[in-house]
Design a protein around this ligand. Sequence first.
Ligand SMILES: [Zn+2]
Length: 459
Amino acid sequence: MVLSEILHAREQRTAKRLAIASKGCAGISLSFNIPGFPKSNDQISQAFNLVVGMLEDFLLAHRILIGKDKISPSTDAAGDFYLCKINESSKNIIDIKNLCEQFEQQHPLQRIIDVDVMDSSGKPISSGKEKKCFLCENPAIFCMRNQSHKIEDINEFIESGINQFLRDKKLEQTKLKLSELATQCLLYELSLSPKPGLVDRFGSGAHQDMDYFTFLNSISSLSGYWSQLVELAFDKNFKEKNTEIAKLRTLGLSMERAMLQATEGVNTQRGAIFLIGMLVYTAAKLINEDKIPNNKNLPALLKDINNDILKDELLHTKEVITHGQEIYKKYGNETGGGIRNEMAKGLPVVFNHALPYLEAALKKKSLLMADTGIQPALIRCLLTIISKNNDSNVLYRTDIDTLQKLQNMAGICLKDEVHFENNYIKIREFCLEKNISPGGSADLLAATIFVYQLKNITF
Ligand SMILES: [Zn+2]
């Protein structure tokens, strides 16, 4: 990169500023203060684009309306650059300059950011304050002239600042996105109606102690916790797997307590907390490693984290505590291992059966864009799961014969589209007659929706 190219780029920026002034408008520009070469790279540009968004929001929040014909961020030899004209504001240009300085000072990238304001004649507005050096409290100009710092130290400061900013942003976005998906998948599963034996919008199925609203309370009580799982997944300080599992369990216990408090003691979603919690955690871990969660790395990581859970929690227990443990003792691992066994194998019912079904049915479109209609697709997806899953909720209330009968009925329903409605009514009647509710399968449906939606999001 030769100096003349940078000078040329700067001349072009001046020309753009003057073009705004020629329309009688004031303008605001943003650039990064990067000494040395190169002036930009992928990471710097990524951070720059995020700062542009933050600046635009900041200006709008202060009722400084910028032109629709703003010049979108571009990268040239002088680095990344953004320029917009001020269309409307009740503030005078000095106040606008002061606000832009406030933006710089409050921003995590602080001294790396340069927001310049020019008046309607194209003249830069100065606040009269000197910019401080990156590395010390002296004025920047003083350290530059005296070459007070090694260029490597300055580069190191900028690089680590930008890396930290990008990591923080990624954590923030992952927390928001995954919390949204976790809540969404539980709401979709709950609202899908009618379902066999399960609580839905039309009734309580085979349940006497809970209804639609109990679940709304339960889902709401969990909504604040998903982001804590993401934070845990972004924490790279775990030296030992046991510490990691213990931390996860601690958070899981808090979630269970919150759920029980919200439902006045009814266990609505203990299984869902475990299942969706593990998915949020593993997806966040992959995202933190700059990987896109998919059908391969997600089940592999689930297996890796969970393969000790089964023997740890079920095998070594002497006292029968939960329903799951009781079923495990009675039927053994393969039939009675429930969600823990499924998890330790990397959720094969979800990744090998339910997800491929849903992807084919919805043609990989987002849930709202699906032209086949979300309701029929999700009901058939639930039946796919019921036909494959050894649901411990069903086993606990009845026996292995009833479970197999239910699995067969679901299979028949899926194979015969002509008599689907009739067969589906029969399954619902069967569940009520036997007083069973395939709650484990419902949790796996929520998990399938979570994984399906995960693929449609971009970070
Ligand atoms: Zn200095």
